[in-house]
Design a protein around this ligand. Structure first.
Ligand code: SF4
Length: 264
């Protein structure tokens, strides 16, 4: 069955989130059923009070999740003025990862779907996000393994030979008025974020690093773009420049000013 594009990338995360809600509701009902006889011993008022509290709890959780899903699917801001990032990053992702493990859904698939879900929420809430200090954060594996320039010390060291995507990415970030940096790992990325204090980040990385980056950078919003790995992981990776340009224009709320260069 064909899945509509608005669901396609997020469907794993959405499905697991609905399942966790069903499990939670089942757990609450089971708990209520177990304590019911004792509540009846106390009195009818005790049963009704606990039932009311349980119903209120489930209504609040499912109402919040419904608005979160609606925002992610339609990419409209139903979460104004709060945003659903803390719930997604701190609660839903760990639960979904666990459920995915139990159901035999790969960590990579759950992670990719989480990134797509997170990006949809960033797009939905774009109008109220501050993009005044936009940082483009890149992984070191984007640099050609044959290149000897020390781009981690500063992307200005790139000679722009076109041997990898870094020159184009650097030019694109310059056009967008965004800071750009290449990080060799999570520790360096965290240090860069602490130093530059961006208000929003566009990150390129593999699914695993994007997931941990989105979690580590919280509360700074991260728009994630998966890299492409034609030579296997962590070596001579590349990225779809159109996705980067589109991501930048989304975050900056203006049309992309970029024309593709021949692929290195
Ligand atoms: S564009 Fe050329 S100089 Fe710049 S990092 Fe890539 S290979 Fe090195």
């Amino acid at each position: 069955m064909n899945v509509p594009p608005m669901f396609a990338e997020k469907k794993t995360f959405l499905g697991l989130s609905v399942l966790s809600l069903v499990i939670l509701a089942g757990g609450v009902l089971l708990l209520f059923w177990l304590v019911w006889p004792r509540l009846e011993l106390v009195g009818r008022w005790a049963t009704l009070s606990v039932a009311g509290l349980a119903a209120l709890f489930l209504l609040t959780v499912s109402g919040g999740l419904f608005l979160l899903f609606l925002s992610a699917v339609t990419e409209r801001d139903f979460l104004f003025p709060r945003g659903g990032k803390p719930v997604t990053v701190k609660v839903l992702y760990p639960i979904n990862q666990m459920l995915g493990f139990v159901l035999g859904i790969g960590k990579e698939r759950v992670g990719e779907s989480f990134v797509a879900f997170n990006n949809a929420l960033v797009r939905a809430s774009r109008k109220r996000l501050d993009a005044s200090r936009l940082l483009v954060l890149l992984p070191h594996c984007l640099q050609s393994s044959r290149c000897r320039q020390r781009v981690t010390a500063g992307i200005s060291n790139c000679q722009g030979c076109g041997g990898c995507r870094l020159a184009e990415l650097s030019a694109l970030a310059r056009q967008a008025g965004a800071a750009i940096t290449v990080a060799t790992g999570g520790t360096l990325a965290r240090r860069v974020i602490a130093d530059l204090r961006p208000t929003i980040i566009l990150a390129v990385a593999c699914e695993r690093d994007l997931v941990s980056g989105i979690q580590d950078a919280y509360p700074v919003p991260v728009y994630g773009i998966l890299n492409q790995r034609p030579n296997g992981p962590c070596r001579d990776t590349t990225v779809d420049m159109e996705l980067v340009a589109r991501g930048l224009s989304t975050l900056l709320d203006r049309p992309p000013a970029w024309t593709p260069a021949p692929r290195p």
